[in-house]
Design a protein around this ligand. Sequence first.
Ligand SMILES: [Fe+2]
Ligand SMILES: [Fe+2]
Length: 171
Amino acid sequence: MRTPGPWHALIADLLAHPAVGETADHMHHGIPKADHLLRSVRYAWHIAGWLRADRVVCVRAALVHDIDSRLGTLRTHGAIAARWAAARGESPAVCHAITSHMYPLGPAPRTREAWVLVLADKAATLGDARQFVAGLFDGTSLATRRRLRASDPWLATRPARWHLRLRRRTR
Ligand SMILES: [Fe+2]
Ligand SMILES: [Fe+2]
């Protein structure tokens, strides 16, 4: 995975991790999860500059903050991603930022860097929605959803709910 920008060198090792690469095939907010993660990295870089936070901590936390998010709930997936990061040697500062990124759903941020990730993730979610809606007008959003439905192992084991309901109704 590549992301042009001054933040690239700070996260190049994480970008090369297979679990991060796989997120290009996972759906998140109706778009590839990798798009959400890289958008979060970009926003975290800029917000960290405005708030004078540690950019290395912010962008590293941003890149993996939703890893394995399906294994938890809205409240708990931050802690799951933080455990993943800790197991790969990320600092306590990075892991804390990841743990609290869903605030106010979940633990409160205690550091400047953790607040940066809260803001970057919320802003990136709005950016994801904008990307999805813009893609509805040129057909790319639905094509991407179809591609991700086939490539995302999580979705492959879960038939679309509306599809099941429709089948039940027509029986
Ligand atoms: Fe999240
Ligand atoms: Fe997120």
